[in-house]
Ligand binder design. Structure first.
Ligand SMILES: O=C(O)CCC(=O)C(=O)O
Length: 293
């Protein structure tokens, strides 16, 4: 299996790079790795993703006008390969994650001429004290399948907001509401540009890794083409999480498109969380408490 401690890289130039990524993650809340995806895998992902997007009905699009599509990666087995893509697992190992777990993932595609994504952060365990410490509980791995710029909806973020309160935390405490998803009020502060925001334009096949507590959003897509990202969620330090958090993560449900053989392979790689204790799950809470200062 790939999370073998003996595989840890000891090439010194690489080690410096890895230290830098870890430092960026802890202090800024994210880092970018260019060209992580191999060309032919990228083409396969593009093809399968386009087929899934073409098959989506219009109601699904309206319900997620701000986000874009929200299609689970369990809709096609190709994405299971992405979950355990060796270069991605190496990225995890290099930031010190010995036995990470993966919990979910989505294809998020902004159609042509679509509005901005609302400002939000994705951490749901703010009732757990570890949420107010430097180490990330959960990471996003965002793979953009096309080149992105502010014109076609590139990612934008508030550096350091994973550990430091920003006024956006109070303006939009929990952004995951039906109203914001449907853009009922396009003038809502959740969609607006912020003085401190940083654009993260990338090239197709690049990877953006970030702390789930980081405030982020995406520009509107004013181009004539889709802008697609695949977001995967990992717990890099799963074994250090409180029992309540591990209980809340539980074990993923197994929708039928990923066959038992696929799940078995992922299980053998140790990447699927499986909580077997009796602790009450930490309640779902997406609003940071006053301890975030
Ligand atoms: O669409 C994007 O660029 C960002 C997606 C996002 O915010 C997320 O996956 O949490």
């Amino acid at each position: 299996m790939s999370f073998n401690c003996s595989n840890i890289v000891n090439d010194h130039s690489k080690t410096d790079n890895n230290k830098e990524h870890y430092r960026e993650l802890i202090s800024n809340g994210y880092f970018v790795i260019s060209k992580l995806l191999d060309r032919s895998f990228l083409e396969d992902l593009k093809y399968v993703t386009s087929c899934l997007l073409d098959a989506q009905d219009e109601d699904a699009g309206r319900a997620q006008l701000s986000t874009g599509s929200m299609i689970s990666v369990t809709e096609n087995t190709l994405f299971a390969e992405l979950v355990v893509y060796p270069r991605a697992l190496e990225v995890l190992r290099n930031i010190g994650s010995i036995c990470p777990r993966w919990s979910s993932g989505y294809i998020i595609s902004k159609p042509p001429e679509s509005p901005a994504l609302f400002w939000h952060q994705d951490w749901w365990g703010w009732s757990d004290l570890s949420s107010y410490t430097p180490l990330p509980q959960q990471l996003f791995f965002m793979y953009y399948l096309v080149d992105t710029t502010p014109k076609n909806g590139c990612l934008r973020l508030l550096q350091g907001s994973h550990r430091k309160r920003h006024e956006m935390h109070d303006l939009v405490p929990d952004a995951h509401t039906d109203k914001l998803r449907r853009v009922v009020d396009p003038n809502h502060s959740a969609y607006q540009a912020i003085k401190d925001e940083i654009d993260v334009p990338v090239q197709a096949g690049d990877l953006v890794v970030g702390d789930s507590r980081l405030l982020h959003s995406a520009h509107s897509n004013i181009s004539g083409s889709r802008r697609t990202v695949i977001t995967l969620w990992y717990q890099p330090f799963y074994d250090l999480l409180s029992e309540g958090l591990r209980s809340a993560i539980g074990s993923p449900s197994r929708p039928p498109k990923w066959t038992p053989e696929v799940w078995e392979k992922l299980n053998l790689l140790g990447i699927i969380p499986a909580y077997e204790g009796n602790e009450e799950p930490t309640p779902w809470n997406r609003t940071p408490g006053r301890d975030l200062q």
